[in-house]
Design a protein around this ligand. Structure first.
Ligand SMILES: [Zn+2]
Length: 322
């Protein structure tokens, strides 16, 4: 109740200063009642919880000074697939008016918490619902260039509904955000024009949708899903992955530095030995980056790795399927 408490204290102080102490209690009660529905005081921020920090970043960009965003997953050194919610997570949710999460089994703890958390009235936005994805699909939806515009539109609509007084600001922020994604789309189109059909592989499927958008041919998917699900890849899948690297059948190894284990590290080493260029990616947005600069810097890194791979003759002979 920190935010609400701050707001009420400020309201109380204003009333005391204007010597209308007798009506304080009644007014505070009204404020407390309306807060839970949708009427926010002019200076109260909308409390938002995002399960992942890239969604939190986008909410912050869209809401500006009008939102108070808490992101649960924000450490690019921890594997989000192994995350378990704590009482702290549940407490953050309790006062959220807007909740944004990925869905498609990426953050199953969030759906669970929402069913058990009583909380106030809140709006929930699930990226998987907006993109037609479900459990079993590749859950790394934010790497699909089509996802974030949909999330942004839904978030913006929720902010306008909660705080109609600032509609023009939210509309302007949304337009600015959508516009700022154009360089990402342009980079995807540029790489697509140059590298369609080029074979690559990855230790985990985090970059899968972006790789598809660029038109690359992604190999060793079963191995990648085993890494993601923390299960054991089959001997045949491991052998196929090793052959791809040793024989340079792939132009680039996309290495998820946030979901690692002995086997993925072995593949990293093998790629280095075989001179297959490596591109490092993370699941979580790194500090100091926005969603847009993060995506752009990774696409730049991909472009460099693909060019280096072409120069060293990687991924030019691999025409066979998985
Ligand atoms: Zn992952």
């Amino acid at each position: 109740m920190k935010k609400l408490g701050t707001m009420l204290n400020r309201a109380q102080q204003a009333l005391i200063q204007s010597k209308r102490i007798t009506v304080t209690t009644a007014l505070v009660t009204v404020a407390a009642l309306t807060f839970g529905t949708s009427a926010f005081a002019a200076d109260a921020k909308i409390p938002v919880v995002a399960a992942e920090n890239f969604y939190g970043d986008v909410v912050q960009q869209l809401g500006g000074d009008c939102v108070d965003v808490t992101s649960i997953l924000s450490n690019p050194d921890q594997d989000p697939h192994l995350f378990e919610a704590s009482p702290k997570t549940a407490r953050a949710l309790q006062h959220a008016s807007l909740v944004v999460y990925n869905g498609a089994d990426y953050d199953p703890w969030m759906a669970k918490l929402l069913t058990t958390s009583k909380g106030t009235q809140r709006t929930t936005i699930v990226a998987a619902d907006l993109t037609g994805k479900k459990g079993g699909d590749n859950p790394h939806l934010w790497y699909d260039p089509a996802t974030m515009p949909k999330v942004a539109r839904a978030v913006s609509a929720a902010l306008v509904a909660a705080d109609p007084a600032h509609k023009s600001a939210y509309d302007a922020n949304l337009a600015k955000f959508l516009d700022s994604l154009k360089p990402v789309d342009a980079k995807v189109a540029e790489l697509h024009g140059r590298y369609t059909g080029v074979p690559v592989t990855a230790t985990e499927p985090v970059f899968g949708y972006m790789s598809d958008a660029v038109g690359l041919t992604m190999r060793n998917l079963r191995f990648q899903f085993a890494t993601m699900n923390d299960t054991e890849a089959s001997a045949a899948d491991i052998a196929a992955f090793e052959r791809d690297l040793r024989e340079k059948r792939v132009r680039v190894l996309i290495y998820n530095s946030q979901a690692t284990e002995a086997l993925t590290k072995r593949m990293l080493k093998l790629a280095q030995q075989s001179k297959v260029p490596i591109m490092s990616v993370t699941e979580t947005e790194p500090a100091g980056k926005t969603y847009q600069t993060w995506m752009l810097s990774q696409l730049d890194a991909l472009g460099q790795a693909l060019a280096a791979g072409a120069a060293s003759g990687a991924g030019t002979s691999g025409k066979t399927g998985q």
